[in-house]
Structure formats: C-alpha cells, structure tokens
Design a protein around this ligand. Structure first.
Ligand SMILES: NC(=O)c1ccc[n+]([C@@H]2O[C@H](COP(=O)([O-])OP(=O)(O)OC[C@H]3O[C@@H](n4cnc5c(N)ncnc54)[C@H](OP(=O)(O)O)[C@@H]3O)[C@@H](O)[C@H]2O)c1
Length: 324
C-alpha cells in the first residue's frame, strides 16, 4: 500500500498549484463557495451546509492524531502539529474535528495555540461524553453533569463562547440517551452550543436523539471496507444531516466484518488512476454520498497535502459499481 515516489511528487505539485490560489484570508466565510466554484483546495470536494447555516468544505481535518501514542498525552512534535493545523487552513479546510478526550485536552489546546484568533468561517467541532483511563483507554460518560463540565472545559480551551458543533461522543449505557442529549439541549439554549451532533450511534439511538433535539450530524466509523453505517448514511442523506465518517482511511478501530474484497478492488482503481490508495479511499467516500464529510487525520504535512488533493477526485459510476 506504499505510495510511489512518482505519485507523491505528482500529488504535491497538484496540491501546490491548488494552494497558491487557496491561501485563505482571515475571513473564510464566503471564500469556501468561491473556492468550490474554482475547484480549489478542500472546497473542490464541494460545500456542505452544516445545520443549514455553516458552509464547510466537504474535506475536513480530524485532530485526534495530534496527541501522543494511544491518543494520550502530548504529541512527539507539537510544533509540527501546529504547522499541520495552519497548513490545513491554507489548503482551504474550514472544518476541524476534535474532542476533549483527545489527549485528553491536548488536541483542543493545540488547535487554540495554532489557530486562535480564528478566521471567521472556521468551524471547530468537538465532542464530550468520553473519559480517558490511559493510552487507548476510553470510558463513556453521558451523565448530564459530566457533559456540562466537559462542554465548559472545551469552551475554555478553545477560547470561544459558543461551540459550532458539539457532538455526544458515544452513548453511555448507564444513562438514558435522551437524558444525555437533553443536557446538550440546555447548553444550546444557554448559547454555549450552536448545533448538536451525535457519534457512534445506531439508527434507534439517532431516532431517540432526534426526538429530543434537532441533530445536524452523525459521526460513525465508515470507510470502503466498513459499511456498517449504511442505514444511518441513508437517513443523513434523506434528511440533510452531515455524515462524518471516522477512520476514513480505515486506520483506527475495526469492523467486525471488514470487506477486504472492496479494498482490493479500490486498490486496482487507484493503480489505474495513478493515485494513492489513501486518495482513492477519500475519493470513494466523496463519491459515495453528498452527505459525506470526511475528516482524515494526520500529523504529516505531506500526507495532509495528499489528502486535500483528493478533494478534486470523484470516482465514476462504473468505478463505484466495480468496487461494490
Ligand atoms: N467519534 C469517534 O468515536 C472517533 C473515533 C476515531 C476517530 N475519530 C475522528 O476521526 C478522525 C479520523 O480518524 P483516524 O485518525 O482514526 O483515522 P484515519 O483518518 O483513517 O487515519 C489516520 C492515520 O492515517 C495516516 N494517514 C493519514 N493520511 C495519510 C496519507 N495520505 N498517507 C499515509 N498515511 C496517512 C495518519 O498517519 P500520519 O500522521 O503519519 O499521517 C494516521 O495514522 C480523527 O482524527 C477524529 O477526529 C472519531
């Protein structure tokens, strides 16, 4: 699955051309639509209206990786992580996904260190409802009092007064789901949250959440070899919710029934098109649904540029059918 030197070079020259024109002024709002019309930077993936009012380029950035091993503690090279965040904005990304539990607290703090004061139109999404016990150790906590404290901590670390998209990280089996969502509704009513999203949900849990509050997005594991959320994706498409696939490159978590055949067929398409398998995975997601908002995570400038260069790519109907 290695990307060849030639395709890396080609990629970077494509990305560099896109970047030259895509360098963003302090105000990103409105620019996203212009960049989309010009087929440039992250907005070449198209523009999604999150919650009806936030224009986001349909290629975002996942900030879980700017932490230590096991998503715990400080990253090996914080300066490089800050540079990646700044470069993401240069490349036209205006949707960044984080969580208080990444580090914990490290990802949100680095986002503020790198990007504050934020350009108008940058959408920072974060999450609460998951606590950490150590590297790779995660525990759900959907207690209303925890969610309130988590949201207020995120506001402080991000240095903002309102979080554009606040996502409940994972349902807590010890707390009725409607009670957890109910606390997010109260935080929204107090002006601390603009929109509410959910994550790691079944269609039934999504329905419960939607009976309590307007939900604008779902973040579930999804990629070419993990289609476990196809039913939810269809609901998102039908009802204009954003679907934010985590592990878009299949690098974290695992599916109980991975479709290795689809991955092999995608690799063949990548070879024919002389694009990397990572770009092919992102192109597959973008082609799969207009509701899709991929958030590939990286700590590498080269990989970031490669991923954003994929915003221009779409697979044909025939290629999508072959991959299955
Ligand atoms: N809601 C949830 O429960 C949940 C769970 C997991 C993740 N997430 C969110 O989803 C985001 C993405 O998920 P993820 O980071 O786990 O998985 P991913 O995006 O599928 O994969 C990220 C990994 O792939 C590597 N990578 C990225 N681009 C690459 C490229 N072009 N070439 C080669 N390697 C590349 C990165 O390494 P390098 O750093 O070396 O590039 C990193 O290790 C996270 O950042 C987080 O925001 C949410």
């Amino acid at each position: 699955m290695a990307v060849t030197r030639v395709s890396r070079r080609q990629l970077l020259s494509t990305a560099a051309t896109a970047v030259a024109a895509a360098t963003l002024p302090p105000v990103m709002a409105g620019r996203v639509d212009e960049l989309a019309s010009a087929n440039q930077g992250a907005a070449a993936a198209g523009v999604l209206r999150l919650g009806g009012d936030l224009a986001v380029a349909r290629m975002g950035y996942g900030a879980m990786r700017i932490t230590g091993n096991g998503v715990w503690g400080e990253p090996a090279d914080p300066a490089r992580c800050r540079a990646v965040l700044r470069r993401a904005l240069d490349l036209g990304i205006n949707f960044i996904d984080s969580a208080d539990s990444y580090g914990p607290f490290v990802s949100e703090r680095l986002i503020a260190e790198a990007l504050y004061p934020y350009p108008q139109g940058l959408v920072i999404a974060t999450k609460g409802g998951s606590m950490r016990s150590g590297p790779d150790g995660w525990t759900a906590n959907g207690q209303p009092e925890h969610l309130r404290a988590a949201c207020e901590g995120s506001l402080q670390r991000l240095r903002i007064e309102r979080i554009d998209l606040y996502q409940l990280h994972i349902p807590d089996p010890r707390v009725p789901y409607e009670e957890s969502i109910g606390e997010l509704v109260r935080l929204k009513d107090e002006g601390k949250i603009r929109h509410i999203g959910v994550s790691n949900v079944t269609p039934g849990q999504l329905a419960i959440a939607r009976s309590v509050a307007p939900i604008v997005s779902v973040q579930n594991r999804y990629n070419v070899s993990d289609r476990g959320s196809d039913e939810i994706l269809a609901i998102c498409e039908e009802d204009d919710l954003a679907f934010i696939p985590w592990a878009p490159l299949g690098r974290s978590g695992r599916s109980s029934t991975p479709d290795t055949g689809a991955m092999a067929r995608l690799e063949a398409v990548a070879g024919e098109r002389s694009i990397s398998i990572f770009q092919a995975q992102l192109a597959w997601l973008l082609s799969r649904s207009p509701a899709m908002l991929p958030i590939p995570g990286t700590t590498s400038l080269i990989n970031l540029e490669e991923n954003v260069a994929a915003a221009r790519l779409r697979l044909s109907v025939e290629e999508m059918q072959r991959i299955g």
